[in-house]
Design a protein around this ligand. Structure first.
Ligand code: ZN
Length: 353
């Protein structure tokens, strides 16, 4: 996500904060003084612990988490891939709220030990008397909010996982996304009627999150059971090792292809020359410069027998929108973002027929 700063790394996961979160911290500091800012930092820590609940559970199922981003509306742990089974998603989604529940219980116990136990849920919308009261209240609110059955909240994932074990992932996601959007509408209307602008913003994020999730799953489902060889582009041009940028420019103009594999002398892949590489190379070295000097050299090679779902992850994780497909060390095709989009469109049209 742009505009986020990396502030540290714990157990292989980068911790990032979004710039708007820092603005919020500044606002608290100015409006409420050091005590308010400290309280916000304490909440931030609770949210981080919640996210690490998800991260630790995901790791148990072999799913790594490259980063977690803290936004003013909460944290987002970006898992490297979706867990395979609904049961795993269910447990990963539940692990965060369980941490928050644990924190709420801990703060409750502290307050009870002091002889001032808070009402369990009665005074949730009034500011707490002490910082510990306030932390208890905020964690209970976070817990309830996270369990709303709407994407991208944990409750939405729990709902999807429960539905998926009976209905399959695609239908479960569609239903969970619709439920989430209806909830977002209801929440938005209520926020508007109460003049709660921040909550209105949250409702908006929920609405966007629901459709984004549905789309990502549709892409995955479109290619289920397929391998790279079934979806790769086979009609394309490549450049020999000795090709100049002028050769590449002629190919670029003559076709709709934007990325060109550059071959080694024995038919392997030396790298990929993108249109941007080409333009940059022309500006630097002119048309007689070699394509291989302007290309990206260390690109991921995709084997033909890689499952489509894995291939999407490789492609999305790479900087360039097309990757060479190889078999026995020889270039046999290309995997591009465009042809994945096409596949999804075709599959959707067929399934709606
Ligand atoms: Zn969560």
């Amino acid at each position: 996500m742009p505009w986020s700063l990396r502030i540290g790394r714990i157990a292989g996961t980068d911790i990032k904060v979004h710039i708007t979160f820092l603005l919020l911290l500044g606002f608290f500091l100015v409006a409420g003084g050091a005590a308010a800012a400290l309280l916000l930092l304490a909440v931030f820590l609770c949210v981080l612990l919640h996210e690490f609940g998800h991260i630790a559970m995901a790791r148990r199922f072999g799913v790594r988490t490259p980063d977690v981003i803290l936004l003013p509306i909460g944290g987002v742990a970006r898992l490297e891939r979706m867990p395979e089974e609904p049961r795993q998603e269910f447990l990963i989604a539940l692990a965060g709220p369980l941490v928050t529940l644990g924190l709420a219980v801990a703060f409750y116990v502290i307050l009870a030990a002091r002889g001032t136990p808070p009402a369990l849920v009665g005074e949730l919308f009034q500011a707490g008397a002490t910082p510990v009261d306030e932390m208890y209240r905020i964690n209970v609110l976070l817990l309830l909010f996270n369990l709303l059955p709407a994407f991208p909240m944990d409750g939405g994932r729990v709902l999807r996982a429960l539905l998926a074990s009976r209905l399959g992932l695609a239908r479960a996601t569609r239903i969970a996304a619709s439920v989430g959007q209806m909830m977002a509408f209801a929440l938005g209307f209520w926020a508007l009627s109460q003049g709660l602008i921040l909550l209105l913003l949250v409702a908006f994020f929920v609405f966007i999150g629901a459709s984004g999730e549905a789309q990502a799953v549709e892409t995955r489902m479109a290619g289920r059971g397929l391998f790279v060889r079934d979806v790769m582009v086979t009609d394309f041009k490549s450049l020999p090792f000795s090709a100049t940028l002028n050769d590449a420019a002629e190919l670029l103009v003559a076709s709709e292809q934007r990325e060109f594999p550059v071959l080694t002398f024995d038919g392997g892949v030396a790298g990929m020359l993108s249109r941007d590489d080409l333009v940059r190379g022309l500006a630097r070295g002119g048309p007689t410069a070699l394509a291989r000097d302007a290309m990206a050299g260390s690109v991921a090679l995709v084997p033909t027998d890689l499952p489509f779902e894995r291939a999407i992850e490789v492609l999305m994780g790479s900087r360039i929108p097309a990757l060479p497909v190889v078999e026995n060390g020889q270039l046999v095709g290309m995997l591009t973002r465009d042809n994945i989009t096409d596949l999804v469109l075709v599959r959707r049209a067929v399934s709606e027929k």
